[in-house]
Design a protein around this ligand. Structure first.
Ligand code: ADP
Length: 395
């Protein structure tokens, strides 16, 4: 237990914990949801007892309650040897994970304008952890950092350059922790080193993004200044014509309303009018609900277009990789997406696509496919734990 690593993931209204031992086994995981609401609740995974939280509980209160509960259940017997925090936005300041100190906290705070719902709660999580474990080194691992290797041609928008210079308007990209894990895990499964492996990584969860990875480094990605750009997502629209804002304002829709709709009422939910949940959508489509079938169709078509777009950054391709709740589990989405990409030479083995879970390397392409296609479960917590341990032991 002495060398355990605690991973803290503060979302805008949630907090997730994962505790790993020195052999990277997960000892426990726990989460709190609906924080700052009257009905906040928390629990330890695999344990039926809910943990009492005061109404409107903050991230700090939730962290204290979860750590107390882990201690009471003997799941955490000592202070962890290191703590790793997922931090959403590192701007251009943070190109890799860093040991937390006062200047790092100031740096995360300076990036808060780019992620106002996330960076402040990430800082709250770091400060609360410092109160609980004052002698434990803390490490910040950024969702944006992996994409700091993008070249200007990939990260600059075609806008007046003062927008970038004065207001930091550029494409940052997100899901970097997951895409980084894919780069390494795909290389391992293909019997190669990450530094010689080029893949296209499609992370498809509630949020969705795709990343072109050349010789282990991110060279292009679909999310931009914010996580709204790119693919169709659960409730986010992904790409729309920026002219939409002006047009909708003539229809009396305020900027605030458009922002809310594009983030929370669009994507799979908006098209289907029913749900943002891909599993439910597939059931509805199977029962003849046409808007749900259309939502899946648009989701896959946009994804296929982006696979093609990511090719522009690569000189060779070792694999297309699917991950995230949808990427790992939906054979239908993988099949439909690849059905648009026959011209590029992707060839799916339909049996392996259905039963990939039974195949250890995750390959779902046929022997004559021009490119391997892989299904790889993501493990962002493990990446954060590894970075925390690596940097903490370097002190
Ligand atoms: P988050 O981005 O919140 O971490 P996940 O990565 O867990 O989300 O992905 C959630 C999505 O995965 C949901 O749309 C869910 O319906 C989908 N999903 C999970 N299991 C399946 C399945 N068996 N078939 C289709 N979609 C699935």
């Amino acid at each position: 237990m002495k060398q355990s690593v605690l991973v803290v993931n503060c979302g805008s209204s949630s907090l997730k914990l994962a505790l790993f031992d020195e052999n990277e086994n997960e000892l426990a995981s726990a989460k709190a949801e609906r924080l700052n609401e009257t009905d906040a609740f928390a629990g330890i995974d695999g344990d039926n007892l809910t943990i009492a939280l005061p109404a409107g509980a903050s991230h700090r209160q939730a962290l204290q309650a979860l750590v107390t509960a882990l201690r009471e259940r003997q799941l955490m017997t000592d202070a962890p040897a290191s703590v790793g925090h997922r931090v959403v936005h590192g701007g251009e300041t943070f190109r890799e994970a860093v040991l937390v100190n006062n200047s790092v906290i100031k740096g995360i705070n300076r990036c808060a304008g780019l992620a106002p719902l996330h960076n402040p709660v990430n800082i709250a999580g770091i400060e609360a952890t410092g109160e609980l474990f004052p002698d434990t080194p803390q490490v910040a691992v950024f969702d944006t950092a992996y994409h700091q290797t993008l070249a200007p041609r990939a990260y600059l928008y075609a806008l007046p350059e003062a927008y970038y210079r004065d207001w930091s308007v550029r494409r940052y990209g997100f899901h970097g922790i997951s895409h980084f894990f894919m780069a390494n895990e795909a290389a391992r499964r293909l019997g190669k080193t990450p530094a010689t492996t080029s893949i296209i990584s499609a992370h498809l969860g509630n949020g969705c993004s795709i990343c072109a990875i050349k010789d282990g480094l991110s060279v292009d990605t679909s999310m931009g200044l914010t996580p709204l750009e790119g693919l169709v997502m659960g409730t986010r629209s992904g790409d729309v014509d920026p002219g939409l804002f002006e047009y909708l304002s003539t229809q009396g829709v305020s900027l605030k309303e458009v922002h809310k709709v594009l983030n929370h009422e669009s994507g799979l939910l908006g098209i289907s009018g029913q749900t943002n949940d891909m599993r439910t959508l597939c059931d509805l489509a199977d029962h003849g609900h046409e808007p749900s079938a259309l939502a899946i169709e648009i989701f896959c078509f946009r994804l296929a277009k982006y696979v093609g777009a990511m090719m522009a950054s690569l000189s060779h391709l070792d694999a297309l990789v699917f991950t995230g709740g949808i990427g790992e589990n939906s054979s239908r989405v993988r099949k439909k997406t690849l059905s648009h990409l026959g011209l590029l030479g992707f060839n799916l083995d339909t049996d392996m696509n259905e039963h990939h879970g039974g195949y250890t390397d995750g390959r779902i392409d046929t022997a004559d496919s021009r490119f391997p296609v892989l299904v790889i479960p993501t493990n962002e917590e493990l990446v954060i734990a590894r970075e925390a341990r690596r940097l903490a032991t370097s002190i």
